[in-house]
Write a protein that binds this ligand. Structure first.
Ligand code: 7RM
Length: 645
């Protein structure tokens, strides 16, 4: 390392990593077969390690076919002999004055078994989908593992999503059991989850709602349908047999936004996903038995699935769950928690780092952070200033910083440094993980060699990859395997430098990444268009100092209507209702029309540049590139003139 400060030691040597990289690259099937035997407990041996094809005519992804295992047994039971009394989950409540909870692996075994029995008593069978809409409490993880134990794929819906968003996800995967809580706590406020479930289920029959009593506030109740978790728990046994399921048995569905249409339910299966989450957890965070690990994500996102629940627990680690927010009661909360539990591995998002950086160093330095060894970043590109602050102030220059690039679709880390081995230029996610083969394509579909910038694709399958989109395999093929045939297309652009380090440049499609949350333009526009005075709208992402991106909306009003503050408020209300509180618009500009191609497609490329202020007068129109294909180039003037800032 060029820096003179001493970085904490890590387990891996350059030679070891080099040999693993070669082995995984040259023969992925043999490599992953060896890893699968070492890291997971199988009930029966597979016959085919890798059976995969990225051919658009026949996209097929199967790993460890014929093998069986139980995911919950891997995350819990097999640790009992050696780690029964080790904390599996540490829970820190929203308020620092409320009591914490610590669940050992034995506690987790008992609670998951009970929850699994509760689901069985509600008639849940292997393959049935269960929707989980929970706050960040241990019962969220318990519910997920209970589903895994009985082979019922879960669909976790982030608690920040609205009743409407929840309903569409419940309907899409046809789940008849919903697990929720009366409410959750965030920054001292109650999030009324049960109320959202009630709204989501209006008019739907044949559902059961299992409600964990957490906040204790009054909730409305539907007899026959609603059941208190704590009451049902008393009626079931604390033992539940873990039956084996196929390696390719569905483990979960997780919805994520794309550029068009409704959210996609990505399907992850059991053996390959668990192996990949566990493997990456161990190597990327240099996990050691005595570590205390904390990922600040919500279990409603893939980061929470792979790196709060499945990866850490399969590895036998202690994983911390925090219900609250980084700034409550003040901006020192993260570091207070690090000090309180002596957290050694810490994983968060750039948006949180930037937000805390703005509040000043004192909030950090007043707490003891000497336990920290590894700092992780995920969700969006981390700008070099935030990287430096994270490394210097939070990590006191002694911690390795791993900027991990991956997606809901990939199940686990894809491009990331291995701590202590790879050089880490700030802002670069650096190197492909073991067995990952990135390819950069230009717009003609040619694979680029050496230093280059292009569409980031992956040339061959890896065990953690999503297998399909629930109920729509054709859309899966179309979205990920048709643009650059023979490879998986991530939707991101990346630059590869002379050293072979990757720099993620962001989405090439219309997905907006606001504060690490993936939001589809189509969903946002649909919500805006629900306002009766709006004829049409288009939203784009603009750079934002804290959130990475913010949303800028252009709206066309119906005849004789004009945009005013009342309508602006109503539009944001619609967004909250249709999508959730995570989606709010920074600017809403009334536009006479939208720049469109002859085929009627909105030219977002142009809108993005106008919204970002890159074009301020006619002298700057060259910045827009070719606008000759527009049917209505005269609209551009009006848009530029009306830009809000
Ligand atoms: C894990 C997660 C995926 C999208 C992805 C990227 C962006 C994620 C990084 C990043 C630059 C990173 N899953 N992204 N990590 N961009 N550097 N380290 O976030 O499905 O919700 O989002 O997020 O655009 O395609 S996700």
């Amino acid at each position: 390392m060029s820096d003179s400060t001493i970085l904490s030691p890590t387990a891996h040597s350059h030679a070891f990593v080099q040999s693993q990289r070669e082995a995984a690259f040259n023969d992925p099937a043999t490599y992953w077969a060896t890893q699968a035997k070492e890291l997971l407990a199988w009930r029966s041996q597979w016959h085919t390690t890798k059976d995969t094809s990225f051919d658009p005519k026949n996209v097929n992804i199967r790993w460890f076919d014929g093998g069986t295992l139980n995911v919950a047994e891997n995350c819990i039971d097999r640790h009992l002999a050696t780690r029964g009394d080790k904390p599996a989950i540490i829970w820190e409540p929203d308020s620092p004055h409320d009591p914490k909870r610590i669940l050992t692996y034995s506690d987790l075994h008992r609670e998951v078994s009970r929850a699994a029995n509760m689901l069985l008593s509600l008639g849940v069978k292997p393959g049935d989908r269960v929707t989980i809409y929970m706050p960040m409490i241990p019962e969220a993880a318990i519910a997920m593992l209970a589903c895994a134990r009985i082979g019922a794929p879960h669909s976790v819906v982030f608690g920040g999503f609205s009743a409407q968003a929840l309903r569409s996800r419940i309907e899409d995967c046809e789940s008849s059991v919903i697990i929720t809580a009366d409410g959750g706590m965030r920054g001292g406020k109650v999030i009324d989850l049960k109320n959202n479930v009630d709204t989501a289920l209006e008019g739907l029959s044949d559902t059961k709602v299992l409600v964990f009593r957490h906040t204790g506030h009054r909730v409305s109740w539907v007899e026959e349908r609603d059941i208190w978790w704590q009451e049902l728990a008393e009626t079931v046994a604390a033992e539940c047999e873990a039956k084996p399921f196929d390696a390719e048995h569905p483990l979960f569905i997780l919805y994520t936004s794309g550029s068009t249409g409704k959210p996609k339910g990505l399907l992850h299966t059991s053996g390959g996903y668990l192996l990949y989450a566990t493997h990456t957890f161990q190597h990327v965070f240099d996990y050691q038995e005595e570590d205390v690990y904390w990922c600040t994500a919500d279990v409603g996102w893939i980061t929470g699935h792979s790196y709060i629940v499945y990866g850490p627990l399969a590895a036998g680690a202690t994983t911390l769950m925090f219900e609250g927010v980084p700034t409550y009661p003040d901006a020192g909360r993260f570091w207070e928690i690090v000090e309180k539990y002596r957290v050694s591995l810490f994983y968060t998002a750039p948006t949180a780092i930037r937000m805390l950086q703005r509040e000043g160093d004192d909030f950090v330095t007043r707490y003891d952070r000497s336990s920290l060894r590894i700092l992780g970043s995920v969700g969006e590109p981390i700008n070099p200033e935030a990287w430096q602050w994270y490394h210097t102030v939070v990590g006191n220059k002694t911690c390795h910083l791993v900027d991990t690039w991956w997606q809901t679709e990939t199940g686990g880390h894809m491009i990331t440094p291995l701590p202590g081995v790879d050089e880490t230029p700030p802002g670069s996610a650096t190197q492909p993980y073991f067995g990952i083969r990135p390819v950069l394509h230009n717009t003609d579909g040619q694979a680029l060699e050496a230093a280059a910038s292009g569409a980031l694709c992956i040339a061959d399958s890896w065990p953690g990859q999503a297998r399909t989109i629930w109920g729509d395999h054709a859309r899966f093929v179309e979205t990920y395997f048709s643009a650059f045939p023979g490879t998986y297309f991530s939707g991101d652009a990346a630059n590869r430098d002379e050293q072979g380090n990757y720099w993620i440049e962001g989405r090439m499609d219309d997905v907006i990444n606001m504060a690490g949350h993936r939001l589809g333009t189509a969903e946002i526009e649909a919500a805006i268009n629900a306002h009766s005075d709006i004829a049409e709208s288009a939203v784009v992402g603009i750079p934002d100092d804290i959130k990475g991106q913010a949303i800028y909306a252009f709206v066309i009003m119906k005849p004789n209507k004009h945009l005013d503050d009342e309508i602006r408020t109503a539009i944001n209300g619609l967004l909250r209702r249709e999508v959730g509180p995570i989606a709010s618009l920074k600017y809403i500009q009334e536009a006479p029309g939208l720049p469109k191609t002859r085929s009627g497609k909105i030219m977002r490329r142009i809108l993005r540049k106008i919204a970002a202020g890159e074009v301020t007068s006619k002298n700057h129109y060259d910045k827009l590139g070719d606008i000759s294909t527009l049917v209505n180039p005269e609209q551009v003037d009006a848009l530029v003139e009306g830009r809000l800032q």
